[in-house]
Write a protein that binds this ligand. Structure first.
Ligand code: F6P
Length: 363
């Protein structure tokens, strides 16, 4: 055991997801009960480190006696806006604020930091750690599940549950009205949610960014259901990162000028009506996939990851990420993870399952 460790920090970074509070709880339990350390929760990702005094709170076991294990979101707050090495300031200028974050870490006299984030956040945290001598351990979270090595990032399984439940609710109303239902789910660059929920929820068509589609194949599938299987409805799932037939991403611009994915469901709905004449309704699930009560499996992985991350610190092992692989909680160098996104393998077992079920993937 590393006897020099006395104070550790934890922050959540990037888009929130279900299961983050369960990670924080696990870290606090293991660090305090197992090692007698102090644990500081940093507010709003790395932003807390930029504030003076540092935006943080000491975390105590007493905070976790209630329902935090079951609560969505993150009690520490988070942000998915900007890179602190090149941060957009309110006056429109850009500034490198990495030194402030590093100073904040040292000002708190932390011996190590647990960063809970997706691929992008972990890459930034690693850069900060290398620059500023931060003893970093990463925990993967993202509903998109596109972090390398780990089979599950926290939040993904709950998002799949939400999307599957949406299909369960859409199917009876689709059948009652003889409609095609299009469900747009999250997944900027990866179609993991669409694929898993589509299989679990009985989708007829699943479109993901990793597999280019042709509307002709979508049309044939939907018409085939009607003519060959006497089916009066169809369920279509599309990941938000799917592009139009011309290869254009479908982007919405928020009031503050920020661009994000959204709208491919409505595009596909229009095109399906044009091509098949079917009555189509579109549901965009959006952030319902991120909030709400974490499912039991996300709580389980969050707990396993939190305990393992603290044990890594105790063993003096840094610059690593915890991961779930082959029925085990393991850890790997962060260098094997950051900038190595993990999209759906178009020739992998899950795509094979979908094809085996006769699901149209658009190709
Ligand atoms: O990365 C997670 C994610 O939920 C993506 O699936 C989605 O495109 C994005 O975050 C949405 O981010 P925001 O909360 O900024 O709208």
């Amino acid at each position: 055991m590393n006897r020099d460790i006395k104070r550790i920090g934890i922050l959540t970074s990037g888009g929130d997801c279900a299961g983050l509070n369960a990670v924080i709880r696990a870290v606090v339990h293991r660090a305090i009960l197992g090692y007698g350390w102090q644990v500081f929760g940093i507010h709003e990702g790395t932003r807390g480190f930029m504030e003076r005094p540092v935006g943080c709170e000491e975390l105590h076991l007493g905070q976790f006696t209630g329902n935090l294990l079951r609560l969505g979101g993150t009690i520490l707050g988070t942000t998915n806006e900007g890179d602190p090495f090149d941060l957009l300031m309110p006056d429109g200028t850009r500034r490198d604020r990495s030194d402030e974050i590093i100073e904040g870490y040292h000002e708190l006299a932390l011996d190590a930091l647990i960063g809970v984030g997706g691929d992008g956040s972990l890459a930034i945290l690693r850069r900060l750690a290398e620059k500023g001598g931060i003893n970093l351990v990463g925990i993967p979270k993202t509903i998109d599940n596109d972090v390398a090595v780990t089979e599950n990032a926290i939040g993904y399984l709950t998002a799949v549950d939400v999307a599957t439940e949406a299909l369960d609710r859409l199917q009876p109303t689709a059948a009652s009205h003889s409609r095609v239902m299009v469900l747009e789910v999250m997944g900027r660059d990866a179609g993991h949610i669409a694929l898993s929920a589509g299989i679990a929820g009985g989708a007829d068509v699943i479109l993901i960014p990793e597999i280019p589609y042709s509307m002709h194949h979508v049309q044939s599938k939907i018409e085939g259901l009607r003519h060959e299987q006497n089916r009066n409805f169809a369920l279509v799932v599309a990941a938000e990162g799917v592009v139009t037939e011309n290869g254009e991403p479908v982007i919405v611009t928020d009031a503050d000028g920020k661009k994000r994915f959204g709208g491919i469901g409505h595009y596909l709905g229009r095109r399906i009506t044009e091509e098949t004449g079917a009555q189509v309704r579109v549901t965009v699930l959006g952030h319902t996939q991120r909030g709400g009560t974490p499912g039991p499996r996300d709580r389980f992985f969050a707990s396993a990851f939190g305990v393992h991350a603290v044990d890594l610190i105790a063993a003096g092992k840094f610059d690593r990420m915890v991961a779930w692989s082959n029925r085990d909680c393991i850890d790997v160098p962060l260098s094997e993870v950051v900038n190595h996104p993990h999209p759906v393998d178009p020739n992998g077992p899950i795509v094979r399952t979908a094809r085996g079920l006769g699901i149209c993937l658009g190709d």
